[in-house]
Design a protein around this ligand. Structure first.
Ligand SMILES: [Zn+2]
Length: 356
């Protein structure tokens, strides 16, 4: 299968949810502007030739194929009440339920569309993001786990047997990892900034449970990881493990917050690495002759950086040459930090070789 076209899935309701906070904080970054800037930037790149699709609204039943009824009811009731806290950095607004159902609907549409049109890579460009939402708990700006629901729906409705999820958001997708931790049919690979201070989740020793042993692969990097480090992680761990898993579909949690200019993430990559990620996903879809591939937007909080990042990623998916974009500047590198990150990647590769 060769990706010939990209479809961008959007919905006007994706602009409504705003956490009701009077001053800048984490929630304030997860704002409609980050979507609008990607859309404006995409419009200036008509050579990309993407098509636009409208997301349908997900149903309660869609949500329940991954989440507990209590989680769904919490989001519904908090939206009715006009807002309130649903967990750590998970603030409801009156528009949260409507907006979240559109975001989940877009992810499902992307998954199904990519199966029905295998030469199209569908990209769900919606918010709120989802990869921190576990089966029972909203967290970290996420309420429903868009990509997890899309993967489950695709497996239930389209008879897909095996899916690889690559998550390159700056942060560990604890929700997606938890949801599929004991499911041998879904491989979850996350490259992320390791959270040494808080929960310590996302360690490379978490590799899945029971029959799913070896299907959860975490690459926990130190803050400031550079383009070269991401490239090494791809070549040493991500690509060989997706190849050996032989998925029928490749799903991507596309977070652009490892960008060096992101206010929430602390990594040090630019749009060249997002292009590299796109082209490697493309090569994998060809080599494995998958039945479909799709991406779901996760983090990415600097509206000036998300546009170039998304365009570079899509350019790579389409197999086009690396674009020269304004965010690509030379930056200071730190040899000792790079060496430490290279060592971590080698440890992950050796650790996972024991469990695959
Ligand atoms: Zn993130």
């Amino acid at each position: 299968m060769t990706i010939e076209k990209v479809a961008i899935v959007t919905h006007p309701k994706a602009y409504q949810h705003m956490a009701p906070f009077p001053k800048p904080n984490l929630e304030a970054f997860e704002a409609p502007l980050r979507l609008q800037m990607i859309e404006r930037f995409l419009e200036t790149q008509d050579w990309l030739g993407y098509e636009n699709l409208k997301a349908p609204r997900a149903t309660k039943e869609d949500i329940l194929c991954v989440h507990s009824p209590y989680l769904y009811e919490s989001v519904r009731v908090m939206s009715l009440l006009g807002g309130g806290s649903l967990g750590e950095a998970a603030q409801a607004s009156p528009d949260l339920l409507r907006n979240s159902l559109a975001s989940v609907g877009g992810a499902i549409k992307s998954a199904i569309h990519s199966i029905e049109n295998s030469s199209v890579h569908a990209f769900s460009l919606l918010r709120p993001p989802g990869h921190h939402a576990s089966s029972s708990t909203p967290a970290g700006l996420c309420f429903f786990n868009n990509i997890a629901i899309a993967v489950r729906k695709m497996m239930q409705e389209k008879g897909i047997g095996k899916v690889s999820i690559l998550d390159f958001d700056d942060h560990f997708g604890n929700g997606t990892s938890e949801i599929f931790y004991a499911d041998p049919s879904v491989q979850y690979i996350s490259v992320h900034e390791y959270d040494y201070e808080n929960f310590g989740l996302g360690h490379y020793e978490e590799h899945g449970y029971g029959d799913a042993e070896g299907t959860n692969i975490n690459i926990p990097l130190l803050d400031g990881a550079s383009d070269e480090i991401y490239e090494y992680a791809l070549e040493r761990v991500v690509i060989p493990h997706i190849q050996s898993f032989e998925p029928e579909v490749i799903a991507v949690s596309a977070g652009f917050d490892p960008h060096y200019a992101d206010p929430v993430g602390n990594m040090n990559i630019d749009s060249r690495t997002f292009w590299k990620l796109g082209i490697e996903v493309r090569h994998l879809t060809e080599k494995l002759d998958v039945k479909g591939s799709f991406s779901v937007f996760e983090g990415g909080y600097n509206p000036l950086a998300t546009g170039p990042s998304a365009v570079a990623y899509l350019t790579g998916l389409l197999g086009k040459e690396k674009p020269k974009l304004e965010d690509q500047i030379e930056r200071e590198s730190f040899e000792s930090l790079d060496n430490a990150n290279l060592e971590i990647i080698d440890i992950v590769a050796e650790e996972m070789a024991k469990h695959s």
